[in-house]
Write a protein that binds this ligand. Structure first.
Ligand code: GLY
Length: 569
């Protein structure tokens, strides 16, 4: 008996050593030496996301027998470590997926307003919005959904959760070399980290960060270990919950034990529609993304876009007018479907969309003041992951803390950033949020309600077979970037890389202006100005990640606008 116990113990320690030896970090993935791949063709499977280490981890997981869902979970956890500006466990997100047998999964793990939240919580006694209260610090945080989402996603995966989270633990514990962009962004946010934290954080050090510095996050590693060992309860209950609630109490936040314990991810019915014979599948409310995409593509479908040509005056003007009208509907009709009846069917019906374009004039700009919502008888940091595996499972995940580094508040002792997703609610009807988006009753704050999102994880099928996986960060610019990427691929026959890297433009009804990236063609801009359009130049719009099936191969394209990187085999 004694000897068999000894043998078992020996076997156990041997397997532990073996498991340790087999850690992805230090074997398949070197956290101190990695490179960025912008665009590559693979034969079996690919991952595209905001950080090369996370893409490589996703591929290593698939090579070890995992599918696209396993990879999605592992990439998510890894991004929470290597891309803290948007990768997260303290935020929320959406998964839009298609299993190889054709089953669609729309998983909603969006943050919720805490039970103590109230409609006017960001207004002063005169009824004015208090600047920044919904954007920075403890009070801006919604109840995090990411960890519940990743556990709900796990039912579609093949490998044990412990294996999927371990690379993130190793990266947090042992550290990794940060990129130049991360160094710049941590330095830029230093004062905010100091202002909005009650305890020291791993993101602040005496000297400035520089490329190649090692970022070690021991408290985050401990939190991830609690999740590994106790499942979702390792986050929503016990020690982590205690640390979150204590952090809230130190900073006037509202999230409490009951909010955490009650949080649940939900399966939703995806938005599905046809565009020129392709099937588009995208995310329903509480995201506005899928509806906006369906509206915009539906409004331009009867026009010969291919004939008009890419970024010509004709095609751009038409797309701007479709964007303007769709976003006017967003402000009035869209909100959490558990609290507000969103007229989904009507908004995407052909009859409604034709009616919506009745006053479209191809020779001049409409004025947003004359465009109301249709009549019915309803710092931009987020991050996107596109994955396709060898069996044809398609996974599109968009996840967010909202702003870059969310509320800037790290949970003391737990090492992760809290979101500032409460700003995605409409704090006061008609007053724009951080993205300049206005809203009304549909998206007013209420306890337990999910704030309206723009995240648009999207799949495209050709002849009912996997064709494109696409998504991007960018706040309210997300749906227009996905819209333009799909038009570039379907109407203008572009490769994944071209579609991703083309200059983007964006109109969101209010303000009544077209935002453009610096590389937007000047001739088109000048001609459109002559028709009455106002332009506003801005920096990068989104960081779109595309996987496209082409002649049996997989084209993977990571956006040139960041450190985004593709990996595959
Ligand atoms: N926080 C960005 C979005 O959900 O749209």
């Amino acid at each position: 008996m004694k000897s068999s116990v000894c043998f078992l113990l020996l076997l156990f320690s041997f397997t532990s050593v073996l498991a340790q030896q087999k850690s992805i970090i230090g074997n398949e993935v070197n956290p101190f030496f990695y490179s960025i791949t912008k665009s590559k063709v693979y034969s079996k499977a690919a991952v595209v996301c905001a950080h090369p280490l996370a893409s490589e981890i996703g591929v290593a997981i698939m090579k070890r027998g995992g599918n696209a869902f396993d990879a999605g979970i592992a990439v998510n956890f890894a991004l929470a470590v290597v891309y803290p500006g948007a990768g997260n466990i303290g935020g929320g997100g959406f998964l839009m997926a298609r299993q190889s047998d054709g089953r669609l999964i729309a998983l909603d793990y969006r943050e919720k307003a805490p039970a103590k939240a109230s409609r006017n919580m960001y207004l002063d006694s005169a009824g004015n919005v208090i600047p920044d209260l919904s954007i920075n610090g403890h009070l801006s945080a919604g109840v995090p959904g990411t960890v519940a989402g990743l556990f709900a996603m796990h039912q579609y995966a093949k490998l044990p959760m412990k294996e999927l989270i371990q690379p993130a633990i190793d990266l947090a514990q042992r550290g990794f070399a940060i990129t130049e962009a991360e160094a710049g962004s941590l330095n830029h946010t230093k004062q905010d980290f100091i202002q909005f934290n009650t305890r020291p954080t791993a993101f602040v050090k005496d000297s400035l960060w520089k490329a190649g510095d090692t970022l070690v996050q021991p408290e985050l590693a401990q939190t991830l270990m609690r999740i590994r060992d106790s499942g979702a309860a390792g986050f929503y209950e016990g020690e982590t919950a205690r640390l979150i609630v204590e952090e809230m109490q130190r900073g006037n936040g509202l999230v409490d034990y009951t909010d955490l314990k009650n949080y649940q991810a939900m399966e939703r019915k995806s938005i599905q529609f046809n565009y020129r014979g392709y099937t588009i599948v995208s995310f329903p409310p509480p995201s506005s993304g899928g509806l906006l995409l369906a509206e915009m593509l539906g409004m331009i479908e009867s026009f010969p876009m291919h004939e008009y040509g890419f970024e010509t005056v004709r095609s751009t003007q038409l797309m701007i007018e479709a964007e303007r009208r769709a976003y006017a509907d967003r402000a009035t009709y869209m909100g959490d479907p558990d609290f507000w009846k969103v007229p989904v069917k009507t908004l995407i019906s052909k009859a409604y969309l034709q009616q919506r374009m009745k006053d479209y004039d191809s020779l001049r700009a409409s004025k947003s003041e004359n465009i109301a919502a249709g009549v019915i008888h309803e710092s931009e940091e987020t991050t996107h992951i596109s994955i396709m595996d060898k069996d044809g499972n398609m996974v599109a995940i968009t996840t967010t803390l909202n702003n870059s580094y969310g509320s800037k508040t790290v949970v003391g002792g737990a090492g992760f950033l809290l979101n500032d997703e409460m700003d995605d609610f409409s704090s006061k009807p008609g007053v724009p949020n951080m993205y300049g988006a206005v809203g009304g009753e549909a998206n007013a704050i209420a306890p337990g309600k999910r704030m309206l999102s723009s995240m648009t994880p999207t799949l495209v099928l050709k002849n009912n077979q996997p064709y494109v996986v696409v998504g991007t960060p960018g706040g309210t610019t997300i749906p227009t970037s996905v819209f333009q990427t799909i038009v570039d691929i379907i109407d203008f026959d572009m490769s994944a890389a071209q579609a991703v890297n083309n200059p983007k433009f964006h109109h969101q009804w209010l303000p009544d202006e077209v935002m453009i990236e610096p590389a937007f063609p000047v001739d088109t801009q000048k001609a459109l100005e002559g028709m009455g359009y106002t332009f506003a130049k801005r920096g990068a719009i989104g960081r779109t990640e595309v996987i496209k099936v082409n002649k049996g191969c997989i084209e993977a394209a990571a956006d040139v606008r960041g450190n985004d990187s593709a990996a595959g085999y």
